[in-house]
Write a protein that binds this ligand. Structure first.
Ligand SMILES: Cc1ncc(COP(=O)(O)O)c(C=O)c1O
Length: 424
């Protein structure tokens, strides 16, 4: 008798279990990309450039899992399966950008914790009538400016209070959490200050009141840090940065429990629409396969540069979690397997900073980070549109630089920094 054909979801599940048992570098290259059944026998996952899927009958359509590429695409599924395995999560969802991932992860968590707003309930949420019922979320003083804008410009208009505190101090976290706290959002290492936040402690504290912990893992990537293992409920990644690593497209992802990811796919992605293009998914699949060796090299280059800068007389401050002088160095050692490619440093004066950035020869000036090309940017440039009091509260001086160590030879990078500093 012919063997009964296995359900595709069962095959996926068995494959995921198989790759979960392998080491990280094997997972990077192989997980999610089993050749059967969607990808035939091609060594590389094909780009499924299609908007929808057709069948010979309605009953066949109903039985299948592919309907429309906003929510189902085999190229994206391959990437998602790989990311779920890399983070040890049940499921993952890919999205058009890191910001889309931050937004949808938070929306899904908040939606379920706040209840859907039925007309007769809305008044309970208005601060004027019931201040005790206002849901709140907790964020760190400093993080990527895009997420900061979401938390401070958008959510308050939706009836959610954002509490911004210094999360490096756990007593402040304890003080800020109350029965209405639905979410603690941690970006660690934090952009651009490189503060390291304690994922395990923060997750434990928020779980005591039934809230959720989301970690933006972009600066570490799954090669260096696994927030789900430390108790986080969801992980967010900007694939634009280290995971793709080649600076040629944008993407984002959320990794976590099956139910939450299904809700994000079929409620939030379905209605909001920030779907990743199959071309970009393919580029990211190509990039991610070398994540392990790239992160080792980014970390080693960044360490050399940080040590060089720390000794240089014209540099007033260096922040790199791998340096013993970093205030959170011990925590970084505990929750990360290496320290990554991002460095912060400060020059003596604003005038020197303006000159410095103009006389670099090899190192490129530009926003973004996490690819093969070294990039530097004056961090205050990123927050120009904020009010003066807000900029001051971030404690980022006009002479503070964010440096993304690429994969050029570290001696050439140090020579370039050296010649520019010598001219100041
Ligand atoms: C920590 C962090 N999270 C999220 C993002 C946003 O990612 P994307 O540019 O892919 O939207 C960035 C971008 O710099 C980032 O640094």
């Amino acid at each position: 008798m012919a063997e009964k054909k296995k359900d595709i979801r069962q095959i996926d599940q068995e494959n995921q279990e198989k790759w979960e048992k392998q080491k990280f570098d094997t997972q990077l290259i192989r997980a999610g990309e089993d050749p059967y059944p969607e990808t035939s026998h091609s060594i590389r996952t094909p780009i499924y450039a299609t908007k929808s899927y057709t069948y010979s009958s309605l009953s066949e359509l109903i039985k299948n899992r592919y309907f429309y590429s906003r929510t189902e695409n085999p190229t994206l599924f391959a990437l998602e399966k790989k990311l779920a395995t890399l983070h040890g999560g049940e499921k993952a969802i890919s999205l058009a950008s890191g910001m889309a991932a931050v937004h949808l992860a938070c929306s899904s968590v908040l939606q379920k914790r706040i209840e859907r707003l039925r007309p007769n309930r809305i008044k309970n949420f208005f601060p004027q009538t019931n201040p005790d019922k206002i849901p709140n979320i907790i964020i760190h003083t400093n993080q990527y400016i895009g997420s900061y804008r979401l938390f401070t410009r958008i959510y308050p208009q939706m009836g959610i209070e954002t509490k911004r505190i210094n999360m490096c101090d756990l007593s402040e976290v304890k003080k800020a959490i109350n029965s209405q706290t639905k979410l603690i959002f941690l970006e660690t290492p934090a952009n651009p200050t490189l503060n390291i936040l304690d994922i395990q402690e923060c997750a434990n504290l928020i779980h005591e009141v039934g809230g959720k912990c989301i970690v933006d893992n972009t600066w570490a990537s799954p090669a260096l840090q696994h927030p789900l293992e430390l108790g986080a409920d969801l992980v967010v990644e900007s694939l634009t940065k280290y995971i793709n690593g080649h600076g040629d497209c944008l993407g984002g992802a959320i990794i976590g429990p099956k139910n939450e990811i299904l809700n994000i796919r079929y409620f939030w992605l379905e209605t909001q629409g920030p779907v990743l293009s199959p071309f970009n998914a393919w580029l990211i699949l190509r990039g991610v396969r070398t994540l392990g060796i790239r992160m080792t090299q980014h970390s080693s280059i960044a360490m050399k540069i940080a040590q060089f800068l720390e000794k240089h007389p014209k540099i007033t401050k260096v922040t790199y979690p791998g340096l013993e002088s970093h205030p959170n160095h011990e925590l970084a050692k505990k929750q990360m397997s290496d320290f990554g490619g991002m460095i912060g440093f400060e020059l003596k004066s604003e005038e020197a900073s303006k000159k410095f950035i103009e006389i670099l020869k090899l190192i490129k000036i530009g926003v973004s980070l996490g690819d093969t090309t070294s990039l530097v940017i004056n961090s205050s440039f990123m927050i120009l549109d904020l009010a003066k009091w807000e900029r001051e509260s971030m404690n980022i001086s006009n002479s503070y630089f964010r440096f993304s160590a690429g994969l050029e030879d570290p001696d050439d990078l140090i020579d370039d920094l050296s010649q520019a500093l010598a001219q100041l």
